[in-house]
Design a protein around this ligand. Structure first.
Ligand SMILES: Cc1cc2nc3c(=O)[nH]c(=O)nc-3n(C[C@H](O)[C@H](O)[C@H](O)COP(=O)(O)OP(=O)(O)OC[C@H]3O[C@@H](n4cnc5c(N)ncnc54)[C@H](O)[C@@H]3O)c2cc1C
Length: 415
């Protein structure tokens, strides 16, 4: 029986396992994750913090999925090394899993820049896992001030959630405006006003140089020299592929991640990689903010799983399609930020862009339509209006039925 080891049990890992099983009913599949929960949507983390969802609502698959597919789970287990010559995955507890094929789907993690002093203090958190959230949750009830460093989707979500939990929040970003990869200046200004009116102070063009305090966070020092008092610091300003376990191998890892070809195969033919940890050929023009998304991770996971099975059987592998419709959303109090776009490969030549902007009502809705289908969309506005076909911003932007009826409505228009 062929042995398959998948490292990571999230978007890419779970879809790789499903595709592998669909192509090879007999292989023995082991999934290793250092998390204790198998496969949950990271975009739910904010909902968990403000308690608007429970963990069971955030699972990618129902709890019996892994049993049904005959998959062995090794949760709470950290991969320390891969030995490509012996075809073996070694855990930190010295357990070893032999493999005929291995799929690496370890994602990315927030990293602290080397020049940041004091990052090890109690009260410094990332915002990327249930474990990080649980640690943050311990301190929220006894804290009243927080800084969030990084204003991507994770940073914005963290800031909004901490504010909703009653903390005084400052959002610190090196950028000149919010989400420049996605938002026109007018939309970015609206978003800034929404956040500031809900009590989040935003400091633009700033970085943190030092976390101040004995053992606990007491303040942060910015690059300007200014010191801001805070008891909690959430950092999501920089991230990197989790691929340290490949460091003793000759598998190429670039600054962006594990180098793979169009089949998602690394420089070692028995080792594939997929998802946020991957630097895949042909994506150099896609900025990180648009590249590391759920839809790409699942599309790559599916392709890597199927190709790994074909590699085992000697079949002809297929290139990953590199075309997907992505969506990033962020619940901001009673407001919603929704960003949707197709990858360039899927994007028809845009025929028309419709913008509805009502500054007084606080609505920005921009929709780009090509070949009769939506190919990009930005919505900032009341969450309640987003589903309504008659809300002015939706009608004027030409959104059929307000919100896209489903992800397929968005994706289905590809020509
Ligand atoms: C707060 C937040 C909000 C987001 N919102 C959106 C959104 O709205 N839309 C969107 O498209 N994307 C969003 N994303 C990004 C999206 O979640 C990622 O693109 C997606 O999770 C990538 O999936 P992945 O399987 O590649 O990696 P991950 O989801 O990062 O999973 C990798 C897994 O591998 C495990 N692992 C890593 N190294 C090891 C090791 N050595 N041993 C064992 N296990 C290991 C990790 O612990 C993790 O469980 C958001 C992310 C965050 C953090």
């Amino acid at each position: 029986m062929k042995q398959v080891v998948i490292i990571g049990c999230s978007a890419a890992g779970v879809s790789a396992a499903a595709a592998m099983r669909a192509t090879d009913p007999a292989a023995h599949i082991t999934m290793v994750s250092d998390e204790r929960t198998a496969g949950y949507r990271r975009m739910c983390l904010g909902n968990l913090l403000v308690k608007s969802k429970r963990l069971k609502d955030c699972l990618i698959e129902p709890p019996d999925f892994f049993d049904r597919l005959g998959i062995t789970l090794a949760l709470g287990s950290t991969v320390e090394k891969i030995n490509p010559r012996r075809r073996e995955v070694a855990l930190t507890d010295k357990t070893k899993f032999p493999f005929d094929v291995c799929i690496v789907a370890g994602g990315r993690d927030a990293v602290f820049p080397r020049e940041l002093r004091g990052a090890q203090k109690q009260g410094v958190f990332t915002f990327r896992s249930i474990a990080a959230l649980a640690a943050l949750e311990q301190l929220i009830p006894i804290s009243s001030t927080a800084c969030v460093w990084g204003a991507g989707i994770a940073g914005l979500t963290a800031a909004a959630c901490l504010r909703q939990r009653g903390l005084e929040v400052k959002l610190i970003t090196a950028r000149q405006q919010l989400l420049p990869e996605f938002l026109d200046l007018a939309a970015a200004e609206l978003l800034r006003r929404v956040l500031e009116s809900r009590g989040i102070e935003i400091l633009f063009e700033m970085d943190i140089r030092e976390v101040i305090g004995e053992s606990d966070v007491k303040a942060v020092r910015l690059n300007s020299g200014k010191v801001i008092g805070c008891e909690l610091l959430v950092v999501d300003a920089f991230n990197a592929a989790r691929a340290r376990f490949l460091s003793d191998t000759d598998i190429a890892v670039t600054e962006q991640g594990i180098a793979v070809d169009q089949f998602l195969q690394t420089s070692n033919p028995a080792i594939f990689a997929a998802g946020d940890c991957v630097d895949s050929a042909g994506e150099a023009d896609t900025p990180p903010e648009k590249r590391y998304v759920w839809a790409r991770a699942t599309a790559q996971g599916r392709a890597a799983g199927a190709n790994a099975a074909l590699f085992l059987s000697g079949g002809a592998m297929q290139p990953w399609p590199a075309a997907y419709a992505a969506e990033k959303t962020c619940d901001l109090f009673d407001y919603l930020l929704s960003l949707r776009w197709r990858t360039p490969e899927e994007m028809p030549v845009p025929a028309e862009t419709k913008i509805y902007f009502d500054e007084a009502a606080g609505i920005f809705h921009k929709r780009t339509i090509g070949n009769g289908a939506a190919c990009a969309e930005v919505y900032i506005g009341p969450a309640a209006d987003w589903g309504s076909p008659t809300a002015p911003g939706n009608e004027a932007a030409g959104a059929r039925g307000g919100r896209f009826a489903s992800a397929d409505d968005f994706a289905g228009g590809a020509q």
